[in-house]
Write a protein that binds this ligand. Sequence first.
Ligand code: 4NP
Length: 155
Amino acid sequence: MKASVLFVCLGNICRSPLAEAAMRREAEQLGLELEVDSAGTGDWHLGRPPDSRAAEVALRNGVDVSHLRARRVGPEDFHRFDHIVALDAQNLADLEAMRPPGSKAELSLLLDHVAGREGEPVADPFYGEAEHFDRAWSDVSAGARSLARKISGTG
Ligand code: 4NP
């Protein structure tokens, strides 16, 4: 059966859309059939496209994220997705507090999937410069690569 992964950050306009894009690319390269989505714990940007700086770094790396729209994570997501992956520790704590009893999703922190980077956050680039978006892209790509390999059983 097709596995499913939801990436969650705060606004769903910077880090989690980038993680979604990186994961689609990894899955495609591995020939892995995967349902991938992203959401935010906050509601400031609902219905908005990704931040233009995030869209730009994605495009520079060959992925178009301009069609994505921000949405908020909800209790139903814990029944719908096999994996819910937080971008930082606060996102993970918020998800743990929201998790409905008996739901199936396995919760994790993205960089916990990368050997040697356990416990590290993908830093929020929203108030940063272009280089912080490059850093976020590199972090989500490393996380997506490891997670896709784990799910496909090749990592
Ligand atoms: P994201 O970045 O969580 O990576 O999408 C943020 C976007 C917006 C805000 C914070 C973080 N904000 O405070 O509006």
